[in-house]
Design a protein around this ligand. Structure first.
Ligand SMILES: [Zn+2]
Length: 258
């Protein structure tokens, strides 16, 4: 791929949100459907990976639906980048090969972007891949249930679902599917001494200077909420968000941050 083409894609970050600028890489020419509502677009060189992608996607999809007791189906399409440069083209971000994202939808179909297991060793691990896919599917389900904006991820001013709750839920469900992550997050929490103010975790967490701590805290607080109030209460609040009859400022935040 031409470097100047990539630079012009990166330039779009100045004027457009990710949900407005993602576009399929020209090398992704193939398409197949695993069911009525699960699809994948991929490059021809990645054909051999389809059986394992299908297995991980089905596992992730069923797990996420069960977790939320979600009725019906969500139409999803994976865009599998043959190389990291294709992912950079599609997201307009200088991301690395481990990056996954669920930037929004096209023609009513919700999209998930990631790099092929043939170019990213980690993605060849089925538990890892199922975990990452369930994380992104959870973003789509949370937004569908709550009608929270995908647009700006600046949610504070609209009293919309705080990003720490959304990212916290995504990581919590991911860690149930990928046990290694569960242990890693527990270890990281035990080692961390400095945390953010909740005020700073309302919008897109990648805008925090210490993104790792921001995500870790999102996970920690969401887990605490679910352990004390129950997951049905959190799901209830997400549905209530549709009519904005929930004040996210009144959540029982962690003791350190009350
Ligand atoms: Zn996420």
């Amino acid at each position: 791929m031409d470097q100047s083409l990539l630079e012009s894609r990166f330039g779009l970050r100045k004027t457009r949100y990710i949900s407005e600028r993602f576009e399929k890489s020209p090398r992704i020419t193939e398409h197949c459907s695993f069911s009525d509502h699960l699809h994948i677009s991929y490059a021809i060189q990645d054909s051999s990976t389809l059986p394992s992608i299908r297995e991980s996607l089905l596992r992730a999809y069923m797990y996420a639906k069960d977790w939320f007791a979600y009725q019906g189906d969500i139409e999803l399409e994976l865009w599998m980048a043959p190389k990291v440069i294709d992912l950079q083209y599609m997201t307009c971000l200088p991301c690395d090969e481990n990056f996954f994202c669920a930037p929004g939808s096209q023609n009513g179909i919700k999209i998930i972007l990631f790099v092929s297991p043939l170019s990213c060793q980690k993605n060849a691990d089925k538990d890892h891949l199922s975990g990452c896919l369930v994380h992104e599917i959870t973003h789509h389900i949370v937004r569908d249930i709550s009608q929270a904006t995908v647009f700006s991820m600046k949610r504070k001013k609209d009293l919309d679902v705080p990003m720490w709750i959304e990212e916290g839920l995504c990581q919590l469900i991911q860690s149930e599917v990928h046990p290694y992550l569960y242990h890693k997050l527990s270890e990281d929490i035990a080692k961390t001494t400095r945390w953010y103010d909740f005020e700073e975790l309302w919008n897109d967490l990648s805008s925090c200077t210490d993104t790792t701590t921001a995500y870790l805290q999102a996970y920690k607080e969401t887990k605490t909420f679910i352990e004390t109030k129950g997951k049905m209460e959190l799901i209830r609040l997400l549905y209530l968000n549709r009519t904005h009859d929930v004040n996210w400022n009144n959540l029982p935040y962690g003791e350190n941050n009350a």
